[in-house]
Write a protein that binds this ligand. Structure first.
Ligand code: RFL
Ligand code: PHB
Length: 383
């Protein structure tokens, strides 16, 4: 197997294949340091936690990750708790950064002595042969393989190596982005707070008992230079503030702006090339689904490959895309719905605002509506 991309999808797939006794080569165009410090997601579904644990790479995650049983929705200056585990059969979420998941997977791969090459270049993917060529440390290499896994994210080379006309694309852009910070300060709330506010959406999250992760709705092209730390904190205080509570501030360790989009390609396969994770689909981060979807894809892909070798029939590989897309579309809908409910529409569309507030009141007063949110948030098992 050739695996292009050493993000969560590629590294987890490599580990699952290793456990099943299937050889793989992992190629990554960035450095190890870059990949290990790229701050992104922080919410792991139970299913993701189980997958990493079963794959034998969950030891530190289970020790350091923080179990959460609920989240809070804030609107009209008040907070309302959604008791996730009560509403979703006892399932919980785990707060453990994507950076940490990636560090654990890389450490395991390196300890196993199996091939993982950083800083490769000129990666060329031939889905039909199937073959991957690349340059590494001054020479050109060729991997002749049975299957290629395209785990190289949204801007990778795998999806564009599929001939025109094969894939159908579905997408939606949003007129806003998120400005995110990592701050060295204890989280000011025990649970995540998703805040609807007339100044725009804000999110209080965390990475550890000493590290807060906070986000503000902004323009998609927002210039981070226009946001000194004092302005960010003032805006967070305004949007997250409720009576009798203050947001603790601390040194800002990292800050950046992320655009938001929804995107899916169908099918997630061409010949012997299989797309997984962000290479095949993107969700806006409001539902915390991106990383979890990537992990769910590679579980299906690993099982399909194992079954393909075992049975000698192409059927398991041919079913891969369909097996993933039901779950992908559920997460696409949930992420779009959470995004639409919580973000201030750009032109102060009063009708939209009234709809948002009505929906927020509904999910915080009707147990049936809250259950819908909860079971999607913790991750639905679709059959
Ligand atoms: P990744 O993590 O993008 O990994 C792809 C890897 O492929 C490498 N690559 C190549 N390697 C070799 N040759 C090439 N030609 C290559 N081109 C690219 C890249 O360097 C990279 O290492 O995809 P993967 O594994 O599918 O994992 C998906 C998740 O990373 C992603 O869904 C989430 O992080 C999305 N996301 C967030 N999700 C959340 O649930 N909560 C968040 O707060 C959150 N924040 C984010 C995010 C995604 C972001 N991106 C993609 C812009 C913040 C950002 C900035
Ligand atoms: C995060 O902690 O980075 C995070 C949490 C929840 C989200 C998105 C991002 O919905």
């Amino acid at each position: 197997m050739a695996i292009v991309g050493a993000g969560p999808a590629g590294l987890t797939l490599a580990r699952l294949l290793e456990v099943a006794g299937i050889e793989s080569v992992v190629l990554e165009d960035r450095s190890r340091d870059y990949v290990e410090h790229r701050i992104r997601a922080g919410v792991l579904e139970q299913r993701t936690v189980d997958l990493l644990t079963e794959a034998g790479v969950g030891e530190r995650m289970n020790r350091e990750g923080i179990v959460h049983h609920g989240i809070e929705l804030q609107f009209d200056g008040e907070r309302h708790r959604i008791p996730l585990s009560e509403l979703a059969d006892g399932r919980t979420i785990l707060i453990y950064g994507q950076t940490e998941v990636v560090k654990d997977l890389i450490a395991e791969r390196i300890a196993s002595g199996l091939p993982l090459h950083f800083e490769v270049s000129s990666v060329v993917v031939e889905p039909t042969t199937p073959r991957v060529t690349f340059r590494h440390e001054g020479s050109t290499h060729e991997v002749d393989c049975d299957v290629i896994a395209g785990c190289d994210g949204f801007h990778g080379v795998c999806r564009p190596s599929i001939p025109d006309g094969v894939l159908q694309e579905f997408s939606r852009d949003y007129p806003f982005g998120w400005l995110g910070i990592l701050a060295q300060v204890a989280p000011s709330n025990d649970e995540l707070v998703y805040a609807h506010h007339e100044r725009g959406f804000a999110l209080l999250s965390l990475r550890s008992p000493e590290l807060s992760r906070l986000y503000l709705q902004c323009r998609p092209d927002e210039d981070i230079e226009e946001w000194p730390d004092e302005r960010i904190w003032a805006e967070l205080q305004a949007r997250l503030g409720v009576e009798g509570w203050t947001l603790a501030e601390g040194p800002v360790l990292e800050k950046g702006v992320t655009g938001m989009r929804s995107y899916v390609v169908e099918p997630m396969q061409y010949e012997r090339l299989f797309l997984a994770g962000d290479a095949a689909h993107i969700v806006p981060p409001t539902g915390a689904k991106g990383l979890n979807l990537a992990m769910a894809d590679v579980r299906v892909l690993a099982d399909s490959i194992v079954e393909w070798y075992r049975s000698g029939s192409d059927a398991p590989l041919e079913a891969y895309s369909e097996n993933c897309l039901r779950r992908v579309w559920r997460a696409e809908h949930f992420s779009w719905w959470m995004t639409s409910m919580l973000h201030r529409p750009p032109e102060g569309d009063e009708f939209e605002l009234k709809l948002q507030l009505s929906q927020l009141r509904y999910v915080t007063t009707s147990e049936a509506a809250a259950r819908g949110l909860a079971e999607n948030y913790v991750g639905l098992e679709l059959v």
